[in-house]
Design a binder for this molecule. Structure first.
Ligand SMILES: [Zn+2]
Length: 131
């Protein structure tokens, strides 16, 4: 289990990243939220509700991928599985989380997966692991 002060730190970093992504949308002068808020619903709730969709809709493909990873990481935090590798279930290296707070996998698994996708997919990885 991750120390709560560490988790706080990473949560802050994740939220910062989301803010940065949101800012990048705002600099494009897209006002989707404003239009929908004029329907008279509560501003705060609506902003929450539309955050994910708007983020994803207006971001470049790469930013969208990062936004999804950040949101998934925050979800894992709520579920108490943050900081644990999704593959081998070992804790992810703190250095790695410092560099990439939304990392899903430990370095080893990440590398294995990258090699597998380069080699043409999961089938090869399964073969490799069975040897
Ligand atoms: Zn792993």
């Amino acid at each position: 289990m991750m120390k709560s002060q560490d988790e706080k730190k990473y949560r802050a970093q994740l939220n910062e990243k989301l803010d940065a992504l949101r800012d990048s949308i705002q600099t494009k002068k897209i006002n989707v939220l404003e239009n929908e808020e004029s329907e008279g619903k509560d501003e705060g709730d609506l902003a929450e509700q539309h955050l994910n969709r708007d983020l994803l809709f207006h971001l470049s493909a790469n930013d969208r991928r990062v936004a999804l990873e950040v949101l998934a990481a925050l979800e894992r935090m709520d579920q108490g599985t943050y900081g644990r590798c999704e593959w081998c279930e070992e804790p992810i290296e703190p250095k790695r989380l410092d560099a990439v707070p939304w990392a899903r996998m430990c370095l080893l698994c990440q590398e294995e997966q990258e090699q597998a996708s380069k080699a043409g997919g999961v089938a090869e990885l399964a073969e490799e692991l069975s040897n």
